[in-house]
Design a protein around this ligand. Sequence first.
Ligand SMILES: N[C@@H](CCC(=O)N[C@@H](CS)C(=O)NCC(=O)O)C(=O)O
Length: 219
Amino acid sequence: MSRASPNSAKLTSRWRIGCNMPNYRLSYFKIRGRAETARYIFAYSGIKYEENTIDIADWPNLKNSLIFKQIPVLNVDNIIINQSSAIARYLARETGLAGKSNLEQARVDAIVDTINDFMNMFPWTEKNQVVKQKIMEDVFANNIPLLLDGLSKLLGDQMWFVGDSVTWADFHWAVCSITLTNLNVDTLHNHPTLLALKERVEALPKIAAWIEQRPKTPL
Ligand SMILES: N[C@@H](CCC(=O)N[C@@H](CS)C(=O)NCC(=O)O)C(=O)O
């Protein structure tokens, strides 16, 4: 991969002086899933990385080699980082998207963790389709309204969830809300400000370019 300088004004000093840029390799399946927020950060900041798409046939071999047997993992100059939130948070800190103070960062983290709590309620790996459908409907009826009402309150009439500029919490919401609306087209009907935030993120030119070029997958 070429090692072009990242072009966001918010990058940390290491990036601004353009030296010692790590080699990044992101390993995940060919889905948005738990890697997409990190991909948005890469796209927005212009940092080059290698996308290591894991074919399902190759997964058992790679799985054996991983300490915690799960992906995504991010290889940073041969150091392996697991956990999608840790990966995205690290990239966000590196690129000025984590929040501008410790307090802002705590608010950003709380939003991401809350979204994840709710996304993890869905029975993603349930094999029985009847059971799966039943639980999905249950989560949409009984849990997702709490998430959406809460996020709407936090957003209020602001442009972004935290502070006066975009953070990875906004990216994470934009990513997860695609999955929510794919599962249930009515999800955002009563939450226009959350829909507008998703669209604001997707209209950022570098995010729009990434969305245009990424593989079209259901998840
Ligand atoms: N908490 C972890 C969960 C990772 C996870 O569940 N990964 C799934 C794919 S989304 C996986 O590796 N599944 C394959 C398997 O467990 O064999 C994270 O957020 O990274």
